[in-house]
Design a protein around this ligand. Structure first.
Ligand code: ZN
Length: 134
């Protein structure tokens, strides 16, 4: 397993981690299989979406803000319940097929670390999963 670290820059932000994951994959030497990308935090997640137009990322963050506003009557005393809920909506991991040592993402796909309670230093785990060529 490969442990990576990243610094997020805002309370809510989607950070493109595609190159980071790709680099970890190259280091691992995995040729065929999949890469499990896991976020070990309760107020952040990992998702795959469009990598061409950066406004899509901002729209996702905006829509999640509207869906789960900070000022709902939450019971959790830490004051970051919205972040916990958003993290659960997005999910904590993605699994991407690996072919020829590269992530088999679609042309317009990128992998994003979804921060909902930043800015913070965060960890990200990448587990290469070996597979056989079909
Ligand atoms: Zn909390």
């Amino acid at each position: 397993m490969i442990s990576l670290s990243l610094q997020t820059s805002a309370r809510v932000v989607l950070v493109d981690i595609t190159a980071l994951v790709e680099k970890a994959l190259v280091t691992s030497g995995l040729d065929e299989g999949a890469a499990l990308v896991f976020c070990p935090h309760t107020t952040a997640g990992v998702t795959i979406n469009e990598n061409a137009d950066p406004t899509v990322r901002r729209d996702i963050a905006m829509a999640l803000e509207r869906l789960v506003p900070v000022d709902l009557p939450f019971a959790h005393l830490e004051g970051n319940s919205d972040a916990h809920v958003k993290a659960s909506i997005v999910g904590s991991s993605v699994t991407v097929p690996v072919e020829g040592g590269r992530l088999a993402l679609g042309t317009w796909q990128g992998i994003y670390f979804a921060e909902f309670d930043g800015p913070r230093r965060r960890r990200l785990l990448v587990q290469p999963l070996a597979g056989s060529r079909p």
